[in-house]
Design a protein around this ligand. Structure first.
Ligand code: CMC
Length: 441
C-alpha cells in the first residue's frame, strides 16, 4: 500500500514539474488604497474579463478581504490593534479592555469597560453537561484536541442564539466564546492531571480567574500571584489578534459559508495547532529540551542550516515580520522580569538566550531576516508560570479567540459577503476513460 502511495506521489510530482509557462501577459488592473499599507490590485473580474485565474499558493501577495481591525508592517515591526500600537496597549490596558477594543472598534470608557467586564464575567461558566464530554477523553489526550472538540460542541447548547444574521446573536456568541474559553482550557488541563474542575470565580480578573481554574484545588485556598497575573494578561494581549494569519483566515473561510461561530472558532483552533503557527511555542520548548545544553547549540545550529535536514529553529522567523516582531520585544522584557521576580533560574533559559545570541549574529539567519518571534519567549514565560508545554497552544487559542471572533463579526456584517471559494492551477491528468478493473494492469 505504502508503495502504491509513493508511486502516486511521484507521478503527481512529475505532473507538477511538467507545468509549462503559458507566456506572459500584460493587464491593466484597478488598484485601491487602504488607510495604511501597500496598495492592492483588484483581480475580482480577471476571470470574467480575461479568462485567467491568479496563482498565489501561501497567499504571498493576496489580500483575502478588507479589514479595519489589525494592521501589521512587517518591515517596520509595527503591530496596531484598531490603530493603537501594541506596546501602548500592553502598557496601559488589560486584556478585556483590548477585547472590547478589537470587537467594538474603540477603547471603552470606564462605564463601557465595566459593562463589558460584567457581561463577560456573567458567561464564564459552561453548561454542566460539558463536564461529561471531558470524561470521554483519555487522560493523555492532547489538550488542543479537547479544546477543539469542546469549543465546537458549545454550538449544541445555544440553539436560541445561532442566527448569524442577527447582530444580537452574533454579539452574545462572541461574549460566550471569550468568557468560556479560559474555563474550557483549564478544564482540559485538570482532566489531564486527574484533578477536579474548578468553577470560575467572578471576583477575580480575567487572568486571575484563569490561573485559579488552572492551579487551585478545592481542598486549599489559592492566592493569585500579581506578577504572574500581569504576565498572563500580557500574553493574552500580545496574542489577541494578528490580521489574516492561517487560523484567522480559516475562521473567515469556515464562517463564509454561514457556519455558526462556535464551529468556526473550532476550525481556527485546528489551524492554530500546527507547529508552523500556534504550535510553535510548544515546539520551542521541545527544541530546547532536545538541544539539552549550551555546548550542543553549535551542532544544532548546523543541523538547522542544513538544507537536507527539515529541522527549523523554532520560534524564529515570521511570514510578515522581517526585521523584528514587536510582540517578541515586549515578551523578552517580560520574560526576564517574570523569571527575576519569581526567582527562577532555568537552564532552558540559558540555552534559549545563547541560541538567540548566536542566531542573531549568524549570516544564515541575518541574511534571511530570521528573528525571534513572540513564541520564542512566551513558551519560556509559560513554563516559568508552571503551565505544562502541551497547554501552550491552548493559551494561544484562548487569547486569539477575541481576534477570530472580531474578524468573523466584521465579515458577517459586510453587506456583500460571499462564500470563500479559491480556484486552482490544475496539474492532474487530462480527461481519460476508465479501464474496467479486470483489464487494469
Ligand atoms: N529556521 C531555519 N531556517 C528558516 C526558519 C527557521 N525557523 N524559518 C525560515 N527559514 C529559512 C527557510 O529554510 C528559507 O531558506 P531558503 O531561502 O534558503 O530556502 C527561508 O528561511 C525562508 O523561509 P520560508 O519558509 O519561505 O518563510 P515563510 O515566511 O514561509 O515561513 C515561518 C515563516 C514562521 C513558517 C517559518 O519562519 C518557520 O517555520 N518558523 C519556525 C516556526 C515558528 O516559530 N512559527 C511561529 C510563527 S509566530 C506565531 C504565529 O504568528 O503563528
Amino acid at each position: 500500500m505504502a508503495n502504491i502511495i509513493r508511486q502516486k506521489a511521484n507521478s503527481q510530482k512529475q505532473q507538477q514539474e511538467a507545468v509549462k509557462s503559458a507566456g506572459d501577459i500584460t493587464l491593466t488592473l484597478p488598484t485601491y488604497k487602504g488607510t495604511m499599507g501597500p496598495n492592492v490590485a483588484d483581480v475580482q473580474a480577471l476571470y470574467k474579463d480575461h479568462g485567467i485565474f491568479t496563482f498565489d499558493p501561501g497567499f504571498m501577495s493576496t489580500g483575502s478581504c478588507q479589514s479595519a481591525i489589525t494592521f501589521i508592517d512587517g518591515d517596520l515591526g509595527q503591530l496596531l490593534y484598531r490603530g493603537y500600537p501594541i506596546d501602548q496597549l500592553a502598557e496601559n490596558c488589560t486584556f478585556l479592555e483590548t477585547c472590547s477594543l478589537l470587537m467594538n472598534g474603540e477603547l471603552p470608557n470606564k462605564t463601557e469597560l465595566e459593562e463589558f467586564e460584567n457581561i463577560v464575567t456573567q458567561h464564564t461558566m459552561v453548561n454542566e453537561q460539558v463536564r461529561t464530554f471531558y470524561s470521554g477523553f483519555r487522560a493523555d489526550a492532547h489538550p488542543m484536541a479537547i479544546l477543539c472538540g469542546a469549543t465546537g460542541a458549545l454550538a449544541s447548547f445555544y440553539h436560541d442564539s445561532l442566527d448569524i444574521n442577527n447582530p444580537d446573536h452574533r454579539e452574545i456568541s462572541a461574549i460566550r466564546l471569550i468568557a468560556k474559553m479560559p474555563t474550557l482550557t483549564a478544564m482540559a488541563y485538570k482532566h489531564s492531571i486527574g484533578q477536579p474542575f474548578m468553577y470560575p470565580d467572578n471576583s477575580l480578573s480575567f487572568a486571575g480567574n484563569f490561573l485559579r481554574m488552572m492551579f487551585a484545588v478545592p481542598a486549599e485556598e489559592y492566592k493569585v500571584n500579581p506578577i504572574v497575573e500581569r504576565a498572563m494578561d500580557l500574553i493574552f494581549i500580545l496574542h489577541a489578534d494578528h490580521e489574516q494569519n492561517a487560523s484567522t483566515s480559516t475562521v473567515r473561510l469556515a464562517g463564509s459559508s454561514g457556519a455558526n461561530p462556535f464551529t468556526c472558532i473550532a476550525a481556527g483552533i485546528a489551524s492554530l495547532w500546527g507547529p508552523a503557527h500556534g504550535g510553535a511555542n510548544e515546539a520551542v520548548l521541545d527544541m530546547l529540551a532536545e538541544v539539552g545544553s549550551v555546548e550542543n547549540i553549535p551542532a544544532y545550529i548546523e543541523k538547522v542550516k542544513d538544507k537536507a535536514n527539515p529541522t527549523r529553529l523554532m520560534g524564529f522567523g515570521h511570514r510578515v515580520y522581517k526585521n523584528f516582531d514587536p510582540r517578541a520585544t515586549l515578551m523578552r522584557k517580560t520574560c526576564h522580569e517574570v523569571l527575576g521576580d519569581l526567582g527562577i533560574n532555568d537552564p532552558m533559559l540559558d540555552i534559549a538566550m545563547e541560541l538567540e545570541r548566536i542566531a542573531l549574529e549568524d549570516p544564515y539567519f541575518v541574511d534571511r531576516k530570521l528573528y525571534p518571534n513572540v513564541d520564542f519567549y512566551s513558551g519560556i514565560i509559560l513554563r516559568a508560570i508552571g503551565i505544562p508545554t502541551n497547554m501552550f497552544t491552548c493559551i494561544f487559542a484562548l487569547s486569539r479567540t477575541v481576534g477570530w471572533i472580531s474578524h468573523w463579526m466584521e465579515m458577517i456584517a459586510e453587506p456583500t459577503q460571499k462564500i470563500g471559494r479559491p480556484r486552482q492551477l490544475y496539474t492532474g491528468a487530462t480527461e481519460r476513460n476508465v479501464t474496467p478493473l479486470k483489464k487494469r494492469k
